[in-house]
Design a protein around this ligand. Structure first.
Ligand code: PRP
Length: 214
């Protein structure tokens, strides 16, 4: 039997996905070892292979079929715009995509001002300002610690994910507008969905049952 391959987003999402997998009897012990340098983990019993990847790379592996399925944040799915199926809302990894900045930047979001927007999500930010707000802005792509941008004067506002809100709070920033709510999703390669339909459907329904405690 061919292995089904799953790409998991490194970090918190992978840990929560492993908890879910263990609930349906798929052991992830080896993958949890903090000292391991191994990249691929095999579960012989289920014919599954797992690997950990950076979030934005997960949809890429799945689109090209290098992974049959993946677990990734909806923010990354929206940003990457890959040809993949989004098949299950895992309900964890919940957060919000927001426009944030100092409180007095709220007046710059009236649709008229030419402002700079710093973000790790240029596509989401561009779509939001162009299509929803009809406001012409300059998007500045950053790779992390986005909250710095308005503090040091790189941009007036940021578009970023907010989970607990503590990063904003500790840096004197506020949510100014909400773009959309987000959570972790299972994505599937369209060809795998056809060729391995039975196994993928079974795995998804087991995950779904474990999520909802039935
Ligand atoms: C994310 C995000 C915010 C923070 C939000 O950053 O970009 O900075 O988490 O979480 P909070 O609302 O619970 O404070 P992440 O930790 O992924 O790292 P990064 O800054 O390097 O992007």
């Amino acid at each position: 039997m061919r292995y089904l391959t799953a790409a998991l987003t490194k970090g918190r999402l992978a840990r929560q996905t492993m908890n879910l997998m263990e609930k349906i009897g798929i052991s992830c012990e080896e993958m949890r070892d903090p000292d391991t340098r191994k990249l691929i983990f095999v579960n012989e019993e289920y014919g599954l292979k797992f690997f950990l990847a950076k979030g934005p790379d997960v949809p890429t592996y799945v689109e090209y079929g290098a992974a049959d399925l993946g677990v990734v944040g909806e923010d990354t799915i929206m940003e990457e715009g890959r040809k993949i199926y989004e098949v299950l809302d895992l309900g964890f990894g919940k957060c919000r995509m927001c426009v944030a900045g100092p409180e007095d930047a709220a007046r710059l979001l009236n649709g008229q001002e030419q402002i700079r927007v710093a973000t790790k999500y240029p596509k989401i930010a561009r779509d939001y300002f162009n299509d929803t707000k009809n406001q012409t802005v300059e998007i500045i792509k950053l790779n992390g610690s986005i909250e710095l941008a308005p503090i040091v004067g790189l941009a007036e506002v940021i578009v970023d994910i907010v989970e607990t809100g503590s990063t904003l709070r500790e840096n004197g920033l506020k949510v100014l507008e909400e773009v959309c709510p987000l959570s972790a999703r299972v994505v599937v390669n369209p060809v795998s969905m056809r060729m391995e339909n039975e196994r993928i459907t079974k795995l998804l329904s087991e995950m779904n049952a474990a999520l909802h405690g039935s």
